[in-house]
Design a protein around this ligand. Structure first.
Ligand code: ATP
Length: 259
């Protein structure tokens, strides 16, 4: 379990996170959602260990890791731009981290991940020959072979189109379930957060606006910010889709139920 206890962070006298308390269970997928500049990346970086809180504690399985440096925490991040090595092929990218730590994953475990992420047919390709979705899967595999204790994903789906997005979402869910891997995802997209995660953390004005399951957020939104920021965006999407397919009445009636 990962726990944040009274975490505070300011930059240049401006409070970014004012007093954050949060518990994330092992194996949970948690998305962090909120308006631009609300502190999502700051929080992710704090968990990763590259940003220090001003005060408060981070506990992992009961152990205080607040002062433990990033490389000793054993968490790992997949960045938005994938950060793959262009001069290496897919297989070498996936196994890169094992060069210095070959005992972390067995050959069989690497092979299983390659199949789970549907990368077998691409193993000898150069990175430049891959689509965005394929690069994302290579980045996930490369991180997963190192067996992170927590997987952090920074906007993992933002550069992908609809169909590929759904397939990567499924694979992220499969990995989290199969490996009981706690997965924390930063996103801007309420639909993505609510359809991908076990729980969604919504930040606003330095604090937690709501932390709950997608069902709780949709059916029991805590306050106007959640209604305006999250549900309204989804409602507009739903209305547009109903209108597009000619269900004008449904669009109008569903809209009035939700608002
Ligand atoms: N190293 C830093 N020094 C000073 N201010 C910073 C630093 N890092 C972040 N900030 C500020 O902290 C606030 C939160 O930034 P953060 O990147 O965490 O937000 P975010 O929610 O991830 O935003 P976005 O959705 O736009 O990526 C912003 O106002 C940002 O300008």
């Amino acid at each position: 379990m990962l726990e944040l206890v009274n975490i505070k962070k300011s930059y240049d006298g401006v409070t970014i996170l004012k007093d954050m308390n949060l518990s994330i269970e092992k194996g949970e997928i948690v998305s962090i959602l909120g308006p631009s500049g609300c502190g999502k990346t700051t929080l992710l970086n704090m968990i990763l260990g590259i940003t220090d809180p001003d005060s408060g504690k981070l506990l992992f399985n009961g152990e205080d890791i607040t002062k433990v440096p990033m490389e000793k925490r054993g968490f790992n991040i997949v960045f938005q731009d994938y950060a793959l090595f262009p001069n290496l092929n897919v297989y070498s990218n996936i196994t890169y981290g094992l060069r210095n730590k070959p005992d972390i994953s067995t050959r069989q475990e690497v092979e299983e991940l390659i199949d789970l992420l549907g990368l077998r047919e691409h193993l000898t390709k150069k990175i430049e020959q891959l689509s965005g979705g394929q690069k994302q899967r290579v980045a996930l595999a490369r991180t997963m072979v190192m067996k992170p204790k927590i997987l952090l994903l920074d906007e993992p789906l933002s550069a992908l189109d609809g169909v590929i997005k759904e397939s990567i979402k499924d694979r992220i869910k499969k990995i989290a379930r199969e490996y009981q891997l706690t997965t924390i995802i930063v996103t801007h997209d309420p639909e993505e957060a609510l359809t991908l995660s076990d729980k969604v953390l919504i930040l606003n004005k330095g604090g937690i606006a709501q932390f709950g399951t997608p069902d709780e957020i949709v059916h029991n939104p805590q306050g106007d910010f959640i209604r305006q920021f999250i549900l309204n965006q989804l409602e507009i999407k739903r209305r547009n889709i109903y209108s597009l397919f000619g269900y004008q009445e449904m669009a109008a009636s569903q809209a009035s139920i939700a608002c």
